[in-house]
Write a protein that binds this ligand. Sequence first.
Ligand code: ZN
Length: 386
Amino acid sequence: MWLLLLTVIAILAWFIGRITKGDTPHTSRKKDFSRDYLVGLNYLLSEQPDKAVDTFIKLLEVDSETVETHLALGHLFRKRGEVERAIRIHQNLIARPQLTKRQRTQATLALGQDYLGAGVLDRAERLLLDVAESGDFLAEALRLLLDIYQQEKEWEKAIDVAEKLQNVSNQSMHVAIAQYNCELAVETKRQFGAEQAQRYLKRALVIDKNCVRASLLQSEWEIELGDYKQAIKSLKRVVEQDPAFIPEVIKPMGLCYEKLGQGDEYILFLKKCLVDAPCLSVVLALSEAILQNQGIAAATEFVAEQLYTRPSLYGLHRLIELQKQLSEGSAKYNLQLLHNVTQQITTQKPVYRCEHCGYAGKVLHWLCPGCHRWMATKPIQGLEGQ
Ligand SMILES: [Zn+2]
């Protein structure tokens, strides 16, 4: 409704502008024009969009100065999800011989957006490639093409377009380009094996030295090959790249040290994390180590201490679990009840959240499903975090 009102205001402002500029319709042709415009507006306001579209299309025959208004109207319909109407308006615009080259390119760009919105990606791609070739609206066309190639998982094309966009707009695309290389790495490994896929991970790390995903993939593949020493190096790199991803590192790190028979090294690693970038995953992993080495009382004391400085729902859940094993009788029964409650609450909680749009879930998405940003989703920290 807001968009509708804004567009109507824009149309009225434009119309009043024409009148105040002295461009008052003196001739009968212009009188028809102003009358038709008001009829079109009336249809829009009375929510008869098809009749409004017909009226505005008829107007274009009279005066090509209405191009901007038609583009605004097409944009409005697309935003409202009425893509077919938007397509009609934009196709009609493109067919007008009186349009300038730039106006036709702008209408083609808009039509490309319509088809993209309708999910007709091949047609959208062809139109947007035409726009990109024309030289006008290049950055806009490249951004939309990038969207298409991401949806189609055409990563080589996405890299090509992102590099061009970087040159045209001065907008840094290195995070996305590194992610495209990670996507290519995953795909190549699936088809041809890890050896051939490695080069994409290396390229990702050259393009974006903080590409956590490339380091995590490397560690995963090294563990598969039984190269635990190298995997530890890759996992330590993740901690340096972005400590927010420590929760992703703990489990594979524990496995690597266990396979190498270096349990003490693992505890040293956890203790270092607790000092440098404390998070609950580290507390829980350390509590498990203390439980095995020093017993349940020491582990309980450690978790309770940590909860004082870093209150946390998952930490409380763990504390109740440990305390329950130290209790008897009705205290044990009550702790079991409490444990059931915290269990239910933690099960419902998301594990990852996008720092940009707030999209949250239990799966780590490198491309946020909410705002379509790469590397914006991270493990949740703090009171409700891991
Ligand atoms: Zn997001």
